[in-house]
Design a binder for this molecule. Sequence first.
Ligand code: KG4
Ligand code: ZN
Length: 335
Amino acid sequence: MRVLGIETSCDETGVAIYDTERGLLADALYSQVAMHAEYGGVVPELASRDHTRRLLPLIQQVLEEAGMQRSELDAIAYTAGPGLVGALMVGASTAHGMARALGIPVLGVHHMEGHLLAPMLEESPPAFPFVALLVSGGHTQLVEVHGLGLYRLLGESVDDAAGEAFDKTAKMLGLSYPGGPQVARLAETGNPGRFRFPRPMTDRPGLDFSFSGLKTHTLTTLRQLEQAGELDDQARADVARAFEEAVVDTLTIKCRRALDDTGLKRLVMAGGVSANQRLRERLATEVAKRNAQVFYPRGRFCTDNGAMIALAGALRLQAGERDETGQMKAVPRWP
Ligand code: KG4
Ligand code: ZN
C-alpha cells in the first residue's frame, strides 16, 4: 500500500510517500521559518496562505521522486490536529479533495502520533512496547506505548512545553525564532559551572513536567546580570548553557523514572527538541546504564515532516482504519 502523507499543522509544509512494503519512497519539506522569523513567531494567517501556495507543487515533487502517477496512490493521510486551524484545513481539504477525485481512502492522523512513530522510519526501528518522550514546541509528554493506538499517558507538562521554553529563552537572549537550535548553539560556548538553574518537579514523585518557572528563572538571571553591568556575550552563553543543562537534566531524570516505573527497556524520543545533541548524549548514557536502548529519528524527522504522517497513516490504514464519514477533520486542540 502506497500512502501519501500531508503535514500542515504549523509552519512546515511536509509531504511524503510511504510504501508498506518498501518503506519511504519520497519526502519533501518546505519550511516557512524564514517568513515568520521577522515576526518572532508563527503568524497563523501567513502560515495557512503559504501552505496553500506550497502544497500542490510539493505533492507533484514527491510523486516524481517516487516515479509514480497519482493514480497509483492507495490512500492519503493528513495531519488532522492538533495545530493551527487554518493551516490544518489546507492539508485536510487537499487530502479530502484528492482522495475523493481518486476514489481512495483518506485518514486524519494525530500530529503527536506521527512524532511518536517517526523513529520507525529508521533502519533499526524500535519494537513495541516502549516508553516515548515526546518533546516538541507544543507538547512535553511521556507515553507508554504498547502498539499502534495503545498509548498510556504517563506524564506531561503542566504549563509550557520544553520546546516553548527553548523558544522563549531564545527570545530573552536576543536570538531569533525558532530558538531551540540557537540556544543549543550558544550553549556550546557556555561555561557549565557558572549558573545552576532549578530542575522543576524532579524532587517529588510522578512524571509531570513544568517549564514555566525555568523561563522566569532565566529572565531573573538575565536582569540581575544586566543590572550588574555583566551581561556580555560570555554571560549570555553561560545562561544558555545553564538553561539547556536544566532542561536536559529534568527530561533525563523523568525518562529514567519512566523506565524504572514501567520496567520497559526501550526509550523512544521524538519531536523537535529530540534533535538536541546534549539531550541525546545524556539519554544514551542513562539508558546504557540500565541495559536499555534509545531510539530517535534522524534530524529532519525530529521536527515536523510529511514522512511521519505518511507512516502513521499507512500503519492505521493497514490496521483497517478509514475516515468513513467523508468529512474533513481539522482539530486545533486534540488531547
Ligand atoms: O516538533 P516540532 O518541529 O514542532 C511542533 O510540533 O511543535 O518542534 C519544534 C520545537 C521548537 O520549539 C524548537 O525550538 C525545538 O523544537 N527544537 C529544539 C532543537 N531543534 C528544534 N530545541 C532544542 N534543541 C534543538 N536542537
Ligand atoms: Zn510537531
